[in-house]
Design a protein around this ligand. Structure first.
Ligand code: ATP
Ligand code: MG
Ligand code: FE
Length: 336
């Protein structure tokens, strides 16, 4: 089974061809980071225009690199949501056009299901598992009882982890996106500033990062007013330690409470070295297998969309050509 997938939910234009939901034959990713950098964040209108400019080339390149002839394709998959509506629409139109022209079934995919199933491209999954999803727009603990059946057991009540990283990075005048820069700075010092941890109610799997972000801003301002500015490394380290402590603690508690066989890490912030190291240590200690995608499959890419689409392909769950982009699509509603 050869699935061609299109991903344009945010600021990456990506097309991939994946065999049997596992083997990547091509995965072309065109990032718009250079375009949005000067604005310090993604500008939705600019993102859609860029997708329009590049999508055709990326499709051609992905087909060529894969060595699969269009006639041999089995289905076309596309990110249906969540994401920026204008960006989603470009991928949607491209995927529908391909499906119509090549007479192939269409599969709509939830972007976060894609992030989770990126792990299927490199690992054997065992159910039930718990997935810790940490990305630019989401921070969630997801209980996956069986293939493609999702239940969100905890989520952020305000900012997503990646969003907090990017906002703190901006306060430190680091380039956009700031996550990787904070990660690097945090490893340059052993001593972090002391910052709070948002544990919330004792039994809650929810997260909150806006208080931490405010605490960072307050600490920076207070120190600057005293004429003793904080070292960016110390702020990065203190912030990263606070984020990681809470993520790791709640993820392991969920694994235990739900009898999960594995802990899966997913989303752009899964590329964070500090988070990966802390989870590896705690999982090894607890005897829980930790699965994480390689860095290139953590951030947005179409191979992960093809991997998730395979779940629906096997069940014959195809979408009509009237399929609509859903900027607020719910993960649980997308379950097989
Ligand atoms: P969503 O998937 O929720 O729709 P998104 O697709 O924009 O959001 P991703 O591409 O999955 O998000 O992840 C991007 C985020 O990951 C950015 O906020 C970026 O700063 C963060 N990120 C990337 N690498 C790292 C890192 N090493 N440490 C921390 N954060 C990182
Ligand atoms: Mg992005
Ligand atoms: Fe994403």
């Amino acid at each position: 089974v050869y699935i061609l997938a299109v991903e344009t939910s945010c600021d990456e234009t990506s097309v991939a061809i994946v065999r049997d939901g596992q083997e990547i034959l091509s995965n072309v990713v065109s990032s718009q980071v250079a375009t949005h950098e000067r604005f310090g964040g993604v500008v939705p209108e600019v993102a859609s225009r860029k997708h329009v400019e590049t999508i055709t080339c990326i499709i051609e390149e992905a087909i060529e690199q894969s060595g699969v002839s269009p006639a041999a394709l089995s289905a076309v998959a596309v990110t249906q949501g969540p994401g920026l509506v204008g960006s989603l629409l470009v991928g949607m139109v491209a995927a529908k056009t391909l499906a119509l022209a090549l007479e192939l079934p269409l599969i709509g995919v939830h972007h976060i299901a894609g992030h989770i199933y990126a792990n299927q491209l490199v690992h054997e999954l065992a159910y039930p598992f718990v997935a810790l999803v940490v990305s630019g727009g989401h921070t969630e603990l997801v209980y996956v009882e069986s293939e493609g059946v999702f239940r969100i057991i905890g989520q952020t009540r305000d900012d997503a982890a990646g969003e907090a990283y990017d906002k703190v990075a901006r306060a430190l005048k680091l380039p956009y996106p700031g996550g990787p820069h904070i990660d690097r700075l945090a490893h340059e010092t052993g001593e972090g500033v002391t910052l709070p941890r948002a544990w919330l109610e004792p039994d809650s799997y929810d997260f909150s990062f806006s208080g931490l972000k405010s605490a960072v801003l307050a600490a920076l301002n207070t120190a600057a007013m005293k004429g003793q500015p904080l070292a960016p490394e110390a702020v990065a380290k203190g912030f990263q330690d606070s984020v990681i402590d809470v993520l790791v603690e709640k993820a392991l508690r969920a694994v235990k409470a739900y009898g999960a066989k594995q802990l899966l890490l997913a989303g752009g912030v899964a590329a964070n070295k500090g988070l990966r190291a802390a989870l590896e240590a705690r999982c090894a200690q607890a005897g829980v297998p930790l699965l994480a995608p390689p860095l290139s499959l953590c951030t947005d890419n179409a191979a992960m969309i093809a991997a998730a689409a395979f779940l629906k392909y096997r069940r014959g769950q195809f979408a009509p050509l009237e399929l609509k982009a859903e900027p607020l699509l719910k993960l649980e509603a997308w379950s097989v």
